[in-house]
Write a protein that binds this ligand. Structure first.
Ligand code: SAM
Length: 356
């Protein structure tokens, strides 16, 4: 089947990397057909249920839609008329225009006209609040103009993808899960979206054993726990160890072990399937005066011993640490890296590692 994925545009590379990583974890064969800002068209060798499973555990994917047809803004009416709407729509529906960028599109008029046409064909009622089918017209492949300051502006579109919404991101999950709403909070907590993305970049799947040896308040493991995983955490600080236990129990998880331990001395019986971690950067969190690079190297060497042979580690670090230099001294190799600009003096690097 063909799908259209609407990605967050808050980062250039992470949303796509997370999507592709999760497709691989779920063993869904795919081919990328086209890419535009915030949009990827894919051919996937699977069914709707599997795509819903895919879409229900992603941090930076906004929507996954089934592709019905592709056309241009000029030809949209003609293309709509060729589709067998009675076959697609057997319950309440609505039509929505989604434009990628700020190009001019008469959204209300198109939704009204096309909605009216489809209603005539499928004989089903329109419901704006609670429609079973949402038909989305995705205006993409932007026409841009560049001004004298070399700034690009979207003025129109070359393509409209006619789609039906399959799954959209549960914004409530991220809202309800904000770190300060948990029983134990610390300012160094990671955003739930990035935590989920890291869990996905570590190729975590249902039922896995997942380790975060720098657990802090447990933010990363909270996202991994939604996949019925066994969670293993450790932290050097007693308050974090107690806090993570509190937070994981508060989420309703039962399958977890938390250690009050330095990662380099961590002894566990399990072989873990995935590791996601956010070690201290040597600025605001405790490091006990140690050199950050040395800690990362020793931590990776210690963690590698607990990781299954084809497992992945996803790790966050600050831009001023050369992770290639660190990885060189470990039995691990770097597979991919992404950067997130936090503020003027800090860019976070997200690195995915595997055994050499
Ligand atoms: C950046 S914070 C992790 C934040 C976490 N991802 C969250 O969402 O709350 C890093 C944590 O690593 C812990 N830590 C520092 N050195 C450690 C070590 N050698 N072994 C284990 N934990 C350590 C710190 O106590 C701190 O809680």
């Amino acid at each position: 089947m063909e799908i259209t994925v609407i990605l967050s545009q808050e980062n250039e590379t992470l949303p796509k990397a997370e999507l592709l990583s999760r497709l691989q974890t779920l063993e869904i064969k795919y081919e990328i057909l086209n890419e535009y800002p915030g949009v990827i068209e894919l051919e996937v060798d699977t069914n709707k249920e599997k795509i819903i499973e895919l879409g229900s555990h992603l941090g930076y994917t906004h929507e996954i839609l089934t592709t019905i047809d592709k056309t241009t803004p000029e030809e949209i009416q003609k293309s709509i008329e060729k589709i067998d709407w009675a076959e697609i729509i057997q319950d309440t529906f609505k039509v929505r225009v989604k434009r990628m960028g700020n190009g001019v599109v008469d959204k209300d008029k198109i939704e009204r006209n096309i909605g009216g046409y489809i209603q005539d064909k499928c004989k089903m009622p329109v419901s704006l609040d609670n429609a079973t089918h949402t038909i989305k017209l995705v205006y993409t492949n932007p026409k841009t103009v560049t001004n004298e300051f070399k700034e690009e502006r979207v003025v129109g579109y070359n393509k409209v993808i006619i789609t039906e919404l399959l799954i959209e991101q549960d914004k409530k999950h991220f809202f309800d899960n904000k770190p300060h709403k948990r029983p134990y909070f610390h300012p160094g907590s990671m955003s739930p979206k990035l935590a989920l993305c890291m869990v996905n970049l570590a190729h975590t799947k249902e039922g896995d054993i997942v380790l975060d040896p720098f657990c802090g308040t447990g933010g990363i493991l909270i996202e991994a726990g939604a996949l019925n995983t066994t969670l293993i955490a450790s932290d050097l600080e007693r308050c974090m160890y107690e806090g993570t236990k509190l937070n994981l129990a508060h989420e309703g998880f039962e399958n977890f072990k938390v250690y009050w331990e330095d990662v380099r001395k961590l002894e566990i019986d399990e072989t873990v399937d995935a590791v996601a971690m956010d070690p201290p950067y040597g600025i605001s969190t405790t490091l006990g005066g140690e050199d950050t690079k040395k800690l990362y190297t020793e931590a990776l060497i210690a963690i590698e011993k607990h990781l299954k042979d084809d497992g992945y580690i996803c790790m966050a670090s600050p831009h001023y640490i050369d992770m290639y230099e660190v990885a060189e001294k470990t039995p691990l190799k770097i597979l991919e890296q992404h950067s997130i600009r936090m503020h003027k003096s800090l860019t976070r690097i997200i690195t995915v590692l595997a055994k050499k």
